[in-house]
Design a protein around this ligand. Structure first.
Ligand SMILES: NC(=O)c1ccc[n+]([C@@H]2O[C@H](COP(=O)([O-])OP(=O)(O)OC[C@H]3O[C@@H](n4cnc5c(N)ncnc54)[C@H](O)[C@@H]3O)[C@@H](O)[C@H]2O)c1
Length: 424
């Protein structure tokens, strides 16, 4: 038997590696675009010698992204972007089978979460890859001496992009970041169809509720909220949307949903799902008005969309776990339930997005990493959208992988759409 030196790591159980490998390979079958990129990266090595610090959900799909970056020549250190989203078998497999440094344990406490993030920073990343901006925030707030080493970064999610834009507006951001979330081939599919399906999946795995005929309240009608509302509707639920933006509210109404205030929705709803990227969307007065048996879950990035401190206070210690991933809060005469501690339910109680959709998101990540390494010298310390050419390439490769071809425009059509002389 040969003994290999393992990379630095802190994972729950290396004995889970074999199961992790099986699941990573299963996901890989649904990720043809990333596979093509990995094959090219292995030939061209565009990330040769680049140290990448990644703070992402440690899932089977992320494992395939890490393998792609490694094939491109990068040295990667990975920590979780949420304490509850780590799949321990995947973390083990990455360390034991693929030689990637991972610091992530499912259910880690806040101190461990930040210790793991610091372990990534200890790797002196030249490229940061974030999902929620925690690594970029840590480097800027606590490790400014390292900022000069960072060439660029990439950011996966809406909440992270909002934080980065706030940093850039304050003049605080010190290196360029490519906002992967802003690629059309990311948010139109990942946020909408990926989160839509996997949020339903997480809620069902945790609760086994019947969705048909149930009153479901979706807070936030952005890309994520639209996906959740349409999937809940497809399962036969009555859906009401809570919004603060009039255009989005109007869109929800014309898509066929009821639109209510949080106060109106509280006694009406039986299942509440938040996806706003904002804080305290449902709070004390709403919990007080909810029905006995109401269930709450969150699919937004942080566990701050429900006012959990208020909920705990109202329950006065009468909190118990009634199923895996479901806590019951006894509010004196009525019980309300919280799924996955109010953290992203699709990752906390299920497996996150299906691999087929992460294929596109992570293809954008890999190509944006390549772009950032090649072009960092020309970029300023601000937030950049993913170049259109990358977006188009991801869509083209995905369609090709699905065996779908498109009509090219005829020369006559090309001339027509480029001209201004033709009218009625
Ligand atoms: N669970 C996941 O896997 C996953 C995937 C992608 C994005 N996200 C996260 O989901 C959240 C939403 O992302 P998105 O892309 O839909 O963002 P978005 O900006 O497109 O939509 C958010 C919507 O919430 C609305 N909103 C804000 N405050 C509100 C309030 N108090 N009450 C009701 N509505 C309110 C906004 O008007 C907006 O329409 C973000 O935190 C994002 O990071 C999670």
């Amino acid at each position: 038997m040969t003994t290999r030196t393992l990379p630095p790591h802190d994972v729950t159980d290396l004995g889970l590696a074999a199961e992790g490998v099986r699941r990573i390979e299963w996901a890989e079958r649904e990720m043809p675009v990333l596979r093509l990129i990995r094959e090219r990266f292995a030939r061209e090595r565009p990330l040769a010698g680049i140290r990448i610090g990644a703070c992402l959900h440690v899932t089977t799909e992320t494992a395939n992204l890490m393998r792609t970056l490694q094939a491109g020549g990068a040295e990667v250190v990975l920590a979780a972007s949420n304490p509850l989203s780590t799949k321990d078998d995947v973390a083990a497999a990455l360390v034991a089978e693929y030689g990637i440094a991972v610091h992530a344990r499912r259910g880690e406490d806040r101190d461990t979460y930040y210790a793991h993030l610091n372990a990534v920073a200890d790797g002196h990343p030249q490229l940061t890859m974030d999902d929620g901006c925690d690594l970029v925030s840590l480097l800027h707030s606590e490790r400014p001496a390292q900022l000069g080493e960072v060439l660029a970064g990439t950011e996966e999610t809406t909440t992270g992009v909002i934080r980065l834009k706030a940093m850039a507006a304050d003049g605080a951001l010190r290196f360029p970041v490519v906002a992967v979330n802003e690629a059309l081939t990311k948010h139109l599919f990942d946020n909408r169809y990926g989160t839509g399906q996997s949020t339903v999946d997480g809620i069902l795995r945790a609760t086994n509720l019947l969705l048909a005929g149930r009153n479901v309240v979706v807070a936030g009608y952005g890309w994520v909220g639209r996906g959740i509302a349409s999937r809940m509707h497809g399962m036969g639920s009555h859906v009401a949307v809570v919004e603060v933006d009039p255009v989005r509210a109007l869109e929800a109404l014309m898509d066929g949903y009821a639109v209510m205030t949080a106060a109106e929705a509280a006694p009406w709803g039986e299942l509440f799902v938040t996806a706003t990227g904002n804080i305290n969307v449902f709070r004390r007065e709403h919990f007080a008005a909810m029905r006995d048996g109401a269930v709450m879950a969150n699919s937004g990035h942080f566990d701050a969309e429900l006012d959990l401190p208020a909920l705990r206070e109202m329950a006065e210690g009468h909190v118990r776990e009634v199923r895996d991933n479901v806590e019951e809060f006894d509010l004196g005469g009525k019980r309300v339930h919280l799924v996955a501690e109010g953290r992203l339910v699709n990752l906390g109680a299920a497996e996150g997005h299906p691999a087929a959709v992460m294929d596109m998101s992570f293809a954008n990540q890999a190509l944006s990493a390549e772009y950032a390494v090649a072009h960092h010298a020309e970029l300023e310390p601000r937030v950049y959208v993913v170049p259109e050419a990358i977006d188009a390439e991801v869509a083209r490769l995905k369609l090709a992988a699905m065996g779908i071809t498109l009509d090219p425009m005829t020369p006559e059509q090309i001339a027509y759409v480029a001209s201004w002389q033709h009218g009625t």
